[in-house]
Design a binder for this molecule. Structure first.
Ligand code: 5GP
Length: 217
């Protein structure tokens, strides 16, 4: 998969433009879903894409709000009809995808739009936009405060077997290495602070406390 090949200056310039389409991704267990939930609760003016998924709803999840819960057949149909901007099988369990129409409508209306998706999806969006060329997009990596903290969040529940823990840690290592493909990193030290940083980035394009890659990277 091709990586973004921007100089530090270009990355700075991109990071400081108001982001219209903002794609949030990051390693497993970093807390993307929690940050997205905080934005939904605390910043209702931000338009967030509602993904389609084949996984069943968890308690409290509402169809059409948290996800569009669809059957395998419905998902197949969405793919066949090119209704998804991107889609991926996540954790080898369920399929998730971003419905294309609502994102295009939000952008056409000049609303900043947020996608919270996995790394595979973020790469697909980047490739799709690369071909399109006319959408102003900002790719944001949500990082853990440290590797130790990510390990703590990954294994903290104590519900996985040792083999599963090792598999997840190996995946997390690979995922962390994807940070350099992104325009900006936000460190998820505290959920509502990370949510505020992301919203500021969407609205004003000014990363408050976000890490911009240095000039010479
Ligand atoms: P969960 O099932 O815990 O809500 O989400 C599992 C994973 O699916 C998370 O890493 C989340 O970022 C990812 N995800 C949610 N929606 C989408 C989507 O539309 N596309 C892709 N590629 N990943 C998604």
């Amino acid at each position: 998969m091709a990586e973004l090949d921007l100089t530090g200056t270009e990355q700075r310039a991109r990071a400081q433009r108001p982001g219209r389409l903002v794609v949030l991704a990051g390693p497993t267990a970093v807390g993307k879903g929690t940050v997205a939930a905080a934005i939904r609760a605390e910043h209702p003016d931000v338009w967030m894409s509602v993904s389609a998924t084949t996984r069943p709803p968890r308690p409290g999840e509402i169809n059409g709000v948290h996800y569009l819960f669809v059957s395998d057949e419905e998902f197949d149909q969405m793919v066949a009809q090119d209704q998804l901007l991107e889609w991926a099988t996540v954790h080898q369990v369920a399929r998730y995808g971003t419905p294309r129409g609502p994102v295009e409508e939000a952008l056409a209306a000049g609303r900043p739009a947020l996608l919270e998706i996995d790394l595979q999806g973020a790469r697909q969006v980047r490739d799709a936009l690369g071909r399109q060329g006319d959408v102003d997009a900002l790719f944001v990596f949500l990082a853990p405060p440290s590797w130790e903290e990510l390990v703590r969040r990954l294994v903290g529940r104590g519900t996985e077997t040792e083999a599963e823990r090792q598999r997840r840690l190996a995946t997390a290592k690979v995922e962390l290495a994807a940070e350099k493909e992104f325009d900006v990193t936000i460190v998820n030290r505290e959920v509502s602070a990370a949510a505020d940083e992301l919203v500021a980035l969407m609205k004003f394009g000014a990363p408050q406390g976000a890490t911009i890659p240095p000039e010479d990277q």
